[in-house]
Design a protein around this ligand. Structure first.
Ligand code: 2PG
Ligand code: MG
Length: 428
């Protein structure tokens, strides 16, 4: 007799992401449960990430995923059929063996992560519980959201150098209230731009695409937006920026193209420290490039007890890199993106390494997303302090916020909003 946990079907399909690019969906069936997941995709990717398999050629800008989908239907299905769907580690190891590279370059990181997440959903479905509860029945914490107000960098054709200008509403009393506040801030930010004729559109993650003259003007506008929403910057709501500075590196140094300035490492550090002292910035991500650990270390040493310093491209959700960064004290928090790792097991190992080393963690979406809400469940099930999804517009973003609000309602009185503690243990 077939076991209710036995994988009886694995199927890939091409779907569309929020940038109009093809992506991989995987569906996994057991006799009693179905799990489905869709791979996200980054734009500002770190070189150490799992690699998405794209077909090249003339169609869809070379971004098609026919080969990755075929891999799901053939080699991946063959490796997984008959396995227990609740053996996440075994499934993820099987994906690694089928692939044979460290970066999933052969089967595709997109095929791997969608398969790994689909298996988790199928296992939860067999048990008849939500994924977060399957991951940890005792989970209680709702994470602190980082919510984008203005988008820039690689997500807005470099109109401004900073990639993500976000808010962390740590003074809110619940996750839902934190989103309420962000919506008002987003509205006030839009009004600020509109009044000055500086509203250029919407960036990739749903934040306003502003026509600012400088990065500092963007920070001024963000402070004004928080105040415009009737909230107190630094007291109720902090600013969070993702510099994504690997994108800024040129042969001459860190280039602020929107301001026509190139800074060497010392001047760049001084510039960042000025921003961090003048503005209520609670969190800064990738302030130095992925290959500049000394830069990361220098800023963490300077501000690490009052500002969350996050490694994204710098750590690419890799447990080994997380442990090395903890030894160097080059970050105090880690961004966790399942598709950078390629499997949930690897992503969880990076998350666990952060926790074991006393670092904070933020489960994060990518700039290319879909209706898939897996990360909301991972954030709660794993006990993440932070949760980064993008802005409060566009359904691929609101799908995640809305799912988190459902989880908060399900937890009811037993739920606990992380608030300021979501910024990680260094900042208590
Ligand atoms: C990041 C993410 C999300 P991308 O850099 O943190 O903002 O962007 O998915 O393009 O890497
Ligand atoms: Mg980033």
């Amino acid at each position: 007799m077939t076991d209710s946990h036995e994988i009886v079907a694995v199927r890939g399909a091409r779907r569309w992401d929020s940038r109009g690019r093809p992506t991989v969906e995987v569906e996994i069936r057991t006799p009693v449960g179905v799990g489905r997941a869709i791979a996200p995709a980054g734009a500002s990717t770190g070189t150490g990430e799992a690699v998405d398999l794209r077909d090249g050629g003339p169609g869809f800008g070379g971004m098609d995923v026919a080969t990755a989908v075929r891999n799901v239907d053939t080699v991946i299905a063959k490796a997984l059929l008959g396995r227990r769907v609740d053996d996440q580690a075994g499934i993820d190891t099987a994906l690694e063996s089928v692939d044979g590279t460290s970066s999933f370059a052969s089967i595709g990181g997109n095929a791997a992560v969608a398969t790994s997440m689909a298996a988790a959903h199928a296992a939860a479905a067999v048990e008849g519980v939500p994924l977060w509860r399957h991951l940890n029945p005792d989970a209680r914490q709702l994470p602190l959201p980082e919510i984008q107000i203005f988008g820039g960098g690689a997500h807005a054709h470099g109109r401004i150098d900073l990639q993500d200008l976000m808010v962390v509403p740590y003074g809110a009393s619940s996750f839902a209230e934190a989103v309420d506040w962000a919506v008002e801030i987003h509205r006030a930010g839009g009004r600020w731009l509109d009044d000055r004729g500086r509203l250029a559109g919407v960036a990739d993650e749903g934040g306003w695409w502003p026509a600012f003259d400088s990065n500092v003007q963007a920070l001024d506008a963000l402070v004004a937006a928080i105040e415009g929403a009737g909230l107190v910057p630094g007291d109720q709501v902090g600013i969070s920026i993702d510099v994504a500075s690997t994108q800024l590196v040129t042969a001459e140094g860190y280039s602020l193209a929107s301001e026509g300035r190139v800074l060497d490492r010392d001047d760049w550090r001084a510039e960042l420290l000025t921003w961090l002292s003048k503005y209520p910035i609670a969190s800064i991500e990738d302030p130095f490039a992925e290959d500049d650990p000394a830069g990361m270390q220098s800023i963490t040493t300077a501000v690490g007890e009052r500002v969350q310093v996050v490694g994204d491209d710098f750590l690419v959700t890799d447990a080994k890199r997380v442990r090395a960064a903890a030894d160097d004290r080059s970050v105090n928090s880690v961004l966790i993106k399942p598709n950078q790792a390629g499997t949930l097991t690897r992503a969880k190992a990076a998350f666990d390494a952060a926790a074991a080393e006393g670092l904070g963690a933020i489960v994060s979406a990518r700039s290319g997303e879909t209706e898939d809400v897996t990360i909301a469940h991972l954030a709660v099930g794993w006990g993440s302090g932070g949760f980064k999804v993008g802005s409060v517009t566009r359904s691929e973003r609101t799908a995640k916020w809305n799912e988190m609000m459902r989880i908060e309602e399900e937890l009811g009185a037993s739920g606990r909003f992380a608030g300021r503690a979501g910024l990680g243990p260094w900042l208590r």
